[in-house]
Design a binder for this molecule. Sequence first.
Ligand code: ATP
Length: 741
Amino acid sequence: MYLKALEISGFKSFAKKAALNFTSPISSIVGPNGSGKSNVAEAFRFVLGEQSIKSMRGKRGEDLIFNGGGDGARVNRASVKVIFDNSKRMLNVDFDEVTLERVVHRDNSNEYFVNGSPVRLKDIVELLAGAHIGASGHHIISQGEADRILNANIRERREMIEDALGLKMYQYKKLESQRKLEKTEENMKSVESLRREIAPHLKFLKKQVEKVEKVQELREELRRLYKEYFKREEIYLDRETALISQEKSPLVAELQKLDKEITEARRVLENSKNRDAKSDELIAIESALHNIRTEKDAIMRELGKIEGEISAGQRAIAKEKEKQAKDEFKTVYLKDVEEVAKKIDVLETIAEIKQLLFGFISSHKNKSDSALIGEIEKDLVGHQKRKSEFEKSLGVFDGQEKAKTLEYNQLREKIEREKDSNRDAEKDVFRIIARQNEVRGVLNGIKTREDKLLFEEQAFKRETDEAYVLVGREIMEYKDFVVVNSADGLEQRSAQYDRQKTIEKIKIRIEDSGAGNSLDIMKEYKEVEERDAFLARELSDLETSKLGLHNLIADLDARIDVEFKEGILKINAQFQNYFSLMFGGGTAGLNVIREKRRKKKSDTDLSAVLSGDGEEVVEEEDGDEGIEINVNLPRKKVKGLMMLSGGERALTSIALLFAISQVNPPPFIILDETDAALDEANSRKYGDMIANLSEYSQLILITHNRETMSRAGVLYGVTMGSDGASKLLSIQFEEAVKVAK
Ligand code: ATP
């Protein structure tokens, strides 16, 4: 048992709160006409989310609210609560008891609650669909609606049966999927249109970007070439500079040296002009020397004469002395003799006198005494004096001669030497001039190279500046470039010129490319491309979900189809069973058929028009698939639903309704006076079937039928007082029979 209770308050004739507890598999609601029994069935429809006010016998939401009656005052809201036992999780919420509530206000606004929490209608519908119950209610058969299924067309019948078989859930899903599919297709269309809109712009940007990329490639190429070119150029310039200075500096030094040398040589030559003065000086020295020698000769002659005289005097003295050396010629002066005599006077002894006398003799023996010698000696002294004087002046002249001779020799040597150095200097001057010319020639060559180098350095500077502008500051990294093709970076200059030519060509190509502001273009392209890629992804996502939805719909269709056909088979078995039970035989069954539609042939079918037979040209085409009901009553020849009596119709519908209900039993079934048209015998059969049915579904039966009432475990009586409001009371069977009447 799933249905626990129903609480009605302000709904239709139920002005005050009334509650029904469904404690038995079969509950009956009984009461006089117009007391409000059908309002209970409608209260079920209402709380289960019915949106058709008409199906609840009203025009507006307001009609569902107790509007007063007699002395009863109207109310402003109608509320119905239904309480389910959910311990078996019939409803897919994690509560053992679930209360659904719906409230309608006079402004037509509705509120829905699940266990007191406000929810959307959709939540209610989904929740109930999962439990195979819903507002549209194959399980709520309103008064007079029992043969609705017989009256319906084949398509409607199919829908009713699908609903009863619980395929509504799949239908909802299918419908939802179809809506999603439509929405997806719409979205796809708008995404495709967006993509189409941006496509030309993207194409344009792509072209621009290709240009920009080409230029970037060229710039990259240029950068690469530049690096090698600059590195090699730098190596070349450095080497050339070093080479020139290496070649030049010894030459400059040599030239300086040569300048000094030539100045010196010229000075030597200049000096040779003083040579005549030196010759004159030499002559003067010669003549001075000559004079000195003349003087000297005169002195020598004088000296010779003096020496002759001295030797003659000496010789005369020697002759005289020799003469005087002989004793007999010696002279003793008287006074000396007197003086000795005197001395002898004093003397005492002979020895003393002998001594004295011998001393006297000896002293006079060695004594020379000559006037001539004196005179000669006197002359000799004079001579000696003159001689030493002459010798003295001779010494002076000798010194002078010596000095002059030295001077002469030196001067002469000097003159000789000068003569030699002049010759050398002349030779030097010629040699130096020749060498100077040679060196200057080489230096001129170097100067030309220096000029060229300067020009190349300026060009290098210009080129690096230009490269900086063209390919950015990164170009300065050329310094790190490693020259690989030769160990010393040396190569033919022409290779460098070739590189320069290539660089120029690329520069021209970059200029010719006409690519605009690359950054802006790249940015915009990236944005538009990202957007397009996003849209493409979106489209592919949509495509995937479209496919998914298609598959889902196909799956659902297949499932509906299979379950529907299986359901029909099962229903047919039950239908046949109930039908033969009701009629004591006969056959009954459902057929799935496809309707044939008659369709006018197209007006453009000229041949038919021209044939002029005037008859409408029609053809048949496949229509909807639906359900056909075939019944054969026992012992009767008539066939088809049209031929049935009112009672027969009611019995057939009931048989079918019960068959359907039994194949896929809903938790509860509400039957509002479905038994109205039955006679007593059939009422009993109906009662049997109800008892049978109540094993699968809880039954709430609104009835006037005594037999039906007798099958119920719980009976509610509905009465209406003078206030126009329905009242509910639980009653016993006998009372019910009374109340129903
Ligand atoms: P029967 O046995 O004849 O089928 P019933 O017991 O099923 O009768 P209902 O059709 O449920 O009776 O009740 C109809 C009654 O409810 C009417 O008397 C009607 O006036 C009353 N009613 C319907 N709507 C309202 C409303 N909004 N306010 C007050 N009374 C209402």
